[in-house]
Write a protein that binds this ligand. Structure first.
Ligand code: PMP
Length: 338
C-alpha cells in the first residue's frame, strides 16, 4: 500500500510539463512546473508549508494557536487548509479587489477572512500591516497565541522554494536546464529557485517576468522602482523590494503587458488543455522571451502557478476582457454568446 499521512505530505513534487506551443515557437524545450496541482491549487501551498514548518521548528506557534497573514489569496488558501489539517485557526487579511472565486475558496477553508481596501504598502491600512497589527493585538491579550506568517519578508518562504521547488526542477531536468523564469509576488519562488539552480550551475540564466504596473523589472534593469501601466493578473508584481526578492540572482527582466500574457493563458487552455491563471500567462510569455534570448536548442523552465477557474469571471469573461482591451479568442465568444 502507498499512502500519505496528511495534507502537508501532498504538497510539492509536482509534474514538469512540456509546453508544446511555446517549444514549437522557439525551437527550445519549454517546460513548466504544474504547481496548480498542489492540494490548495497553487504554488503558494509550498510557501504556506515552508513558513509554517519554520515557525513550528522555532517554537513561534503553539498548538491550536492563530495563524495570521496578509495575502492576495493563494497563500491564505494554503494556510487555511494546513490550519484545518494541523489544528490551527487561520485569520487572513486580503485586499477586496481580489477575485470572488479566491475569496470564496479561502472562506470555505474555514479561515476567517477580513477584506480590506486595496491601498499602497506605505499606508498603515495595507493588508500586510493590518495582519501584523492583528497578530500583535492577539498576543497582547494572550501572549504567544498568534503567529504572523509575513510571507513577503520572512525568508523562510524563499528558503523552502530553494530546498523544494528548485531542487525538484534540477532533478526533473537532470541538470539539463539553461534558464528559469517567473513572475514575482513575494519573490519567494524566483529567488529560491534561482539560488538552487545557480548553486548547481552558475551558468543557468534566471529571468524575471514582471506584469505591467509592477516596478520590479525597472528595478532590475535600472535600479529604480518605477512602474507604468496596469494588469489584471493577481498575486504578482510589486512596488517595493521585499526581503525575499532582495538579492535574488536575476540576469534578465521584462515588463510584460496583458495583451501578450492573457492570450497565452487562453491558448494554453484551448490547445493544450491546461486551465491556468493570469500569472501563469505572464510566466509563459517570459519563457518564450527567455527561449528567444537564448536561441534554439535550449531548455527553459517556468511555473504554472494556479488554475484559471480561480479567475473565471475575469479571465474567461469576453465583456470584461474587451473593457480591458485584451483580445478575446473566437472560442471564448462562442462559449459565452451575448
Ligand atoms: N502567481 C500567483 C497566482 C500567486 O498567488 C503568487 C503569489 N502571490 C505568485 C504567482 C508569485 O509567487 P511568489 O510570491 O513566490 O513570488
Amino acid at each position: 500500500m502507498s499512502s500519505r499521512p496528511d495534507l502537508a505530505a501532498t504538497i510539492g513534487h509536482t509534474p514538469l510539463l512540456r509546453l508544446r506551443h511555446a517549444s514549437a515557437l522557439t525551437g527550445c524545450e519549454v517546460l513548466a512546473k504544474a504547481e496548480l496541482m498542489n492540494p490548495g491549487g497553487s504554488i503558494k501551498d509550498r510557501t504556506a508549508l515552508g513558513l509554517l514548518l519554520d515557525a513550528e521548528r522555532r517554537g513561534l506557534i503553539r498548538a491550536g494557536g492563530f495563524i495570521v497573514e496578509g495575502t492576495a489569496g493563494n497563500t491564505g488558501i494554503g494556510l487555511g487548509l494546513l490550519g484545518a489539517s494541523l489544528g490551527y485557526r487561520t485569520v487572513i487579511f486580503m485586499p477586496e479587489t481580489q477575485s470572488r472565486e479566491k475569496i470564496d475558496a479561502l472562506r470555505i477553508t474555514g479561515a476567517e477572512v477580513r477584506l480590506v481596501p486595496a491601498v499602497p504598502y506605505k499606508d498603515p491600512n495595507h493588508y500586510a500591516h493590518q495582519a501584523r497589527a492583528h497578530a500583535e493585538a492577539l498576543n497582547e491579550s494572550d501572549a504567544g497565541s498568534a503567529w504572523f506568517a509575513n510571507q513577503f519578508d520572512n525568508t523562510a518562504n524563499r528558503d523552502f522554494h530553494e530546498a523544494t521547488t528548485g531542487v525538484e526542477i534540477w532533478e526533473q531536468t537532470e541538470g539539463h536546464i539553461d534558464g528559469f523564469v517567473c513572475a514575482s509576488g513575494t519573490g519567494g519562488t524566483l529567488a529560491g529557485v534561482g539560488r538552487a539552480l545557480k548553486a548547481r550551475n552558475p551558468g543557468v540564466r534566471i529571468a524575471l517576468a514582471d506584469p505591467t504596473g509592477s516596478a520590479l523589472a525597472n528595478y532590475v534593469n535600472t535600479g529604480e522602482l518605477v512602474a507604468s501601466g496596469n494588469s489584471i493578473s493577481e498575486g504578482i508584481g510589486s512596488s517595493r523590494v521585499t526581503a525575499n526578492f532582495d538579492g535574488a540572482p536575476i540576469d534578465l527582466a521584462w515588463s510584460i503587458p496583458d495583451d501578450e500574457s492573457i492570450p497565452l493563458s487562453h491558448q494554453l487552455l484551448h490547445e493544450e488543455g491546461w486551465c491556468v491563471g493570469g500569472s501563469s500567462g505572464v510566466n509563459v510569455a517570459g519563457a518564450i522571451r527567455l527561449a528567444r534570448a537564448l536561441g534554439p536548442g535550449h531548455t527553459v523552465v517556468t511555473i504554472l502557478c494556479d488554475a484559471g477557474t480561480r479567475y473565471q469571471a475575469k479571465l474567461f469573461n469576453p465583456g470584461f476582457l474587451r473593457e480591458k482591451n485584451i483580445p478575446v479568442p473566437p472560442w471564448l465568444d462562442q462559449a459565452f454568446p451575448g
